[in-house]
Write a protein that binds this ligand. Sequence first.
Ligand code: PRX
Length: 549
Amino acid sequence: MSITLPKQISSQAKYTNLESYEEAYATFQWESVDDFLHRSGKMNVAYECIDRHVENGFGNKVALHYVNEDEKRSLTFEEVKIKTDHYAAVLKKHGVKKGERVFVFLPKNPECYIAILAVIKIGAIAAPLFEAFMEEAVKDRIIDCGGTALLTDRELQKRVPANEIPTLRLILTTEEVERTQVDEEPRIEWADPEDGFLLHYTSGSTGKPKGVLHAQRSLVHHFQSGKWVLDIKDTDVYWCTSHPGWVTGSVYGLFAPWLNKATIVINGGRFKAEDWYSLIDELKVTIWYSAPTAFRMLMAKEDIVENYRLTSLRHILSVGEPLNPEVIQWASRVWGQRIHDTWWMTETGGHLIVNFPGEKIKPGSMGRPFPGVKVGILDENGNEVPVGNTGQLAIQAPWPGLMKTIWNNKEKYESYFPYPGWYVSGDLAYKDEEGFIFFQGRDDDMINSSGERIGPFEVESQLITHPAVAEAGVVGKPDKLRGEIVKAYITLRYGYKKNDQLLDEIRQHVRKNLAAHAAPREIEVLDELPKTKISGKILRRVLKEWSAQ
Ligand code: PRX
């Protein structure tokens, strides 16, 4: 497809240190990013995000703006340092030690970001949870890694079934932390680059969610991609719309921008087109990182765009799901801006396929490999396929952001490396003659709805706890707005009759126990589910085909 895009957003948009993508790709080596290895090889992500800037004289710079309807607050780097120190001291006072898994279950507000950094400051492992999770989802994740402590607020605490989680010995609300007196300032716990600091639970096509553990060394990846791909400069106001419970919200909502000393924007509340546009105008957002579903929702409200100026914006990025050429074209026409797609995963810890500002964009493509990254499109024997052929999207391992392991599941970790030297993503793609990568779908049953990763097994397991449901098969049904929606095929137990009220009750059951975004938007009752002849396993592949008809 051929469309006209603005060539360059502004002269500012050119990234600072290198002349061109080709030059960067030919010369860059991860080892050259040695800014953080100045403490005899030790590091601490939280120190590098906040304390370093205060020590270097930037304490008065605004670190964050928070907006939630009528509530507005801003904090400087100095103020964020004081707060993270306090949170860290309180955790220490309660005996939290290096390496313990500390969950952070908070809405998208400054305390959520501060709590995550405080956990990392004392060398513990921060495990952020998405704010929409309900009891079962919270419980499964904490139990899996033997989480010992949890930072939350009074509202979300109601969804933590503490007496069913034996390892959890400490729950603190932010209110409690704020009013706890501490005498000592905590010292930074210097860590080895291989020490874990962040644990994100993520779903796959089978089994319960897996804990993806990231090591301190990832900060090299966060920093460099923040500098080149997000294109952060000292004067920028940067807004990432994702919650830190998702990897985009932690890596590119918190670590990458703060490693690059950006002023970040934290937005509370739900999506509303009017609020999003006002936020950009009021805070003069310059860089904006969001997802295709959000862009499509804004596209559906084109009539309101003329009420806003949006002149501060100079760089827009997208992640999480396929960015359709129509959206790129629309943004170019209505916002006068290009959207820069990026591809990566929870497991990869940072951008791997990107569009640099100022470089050519091919709508429909996710971009080209980040310098220092080699992408391969592989056949079933692990050999690279010719240009233009679809195969398994794989990356030559390792790179700094690559996960350290899957918590307590070495076998699962190893399954990402079926061929020597390659990390296999589970996505399908092809490469063109210029090295641009085109996404072609998933190689498994993982569901991607609005850019959020949903495991069919988790939803199926929840569905069959409802007394009316005998069996369940869950798939992603193609959807124009959300990419996919969760669709459940079920059979009913003897004595239950299909009716709208029952189906709604079943849907609410998943919403109440797992999470709103994981509840099936459609439920279809069948007499029988398609199964394999020999093992009797439900054939999601067949259900997926039916859902697309
Ligand atoms: O299928 C790909 C899709 O999202 C998956 C990773 O999901 P998650 O770990 O939740 O991370 C999301 C954001 C880092 C991938 O395997 N995905 C991610 N980016 C894109 C994408 N699909 C198409 N285009 C993208 N740019």
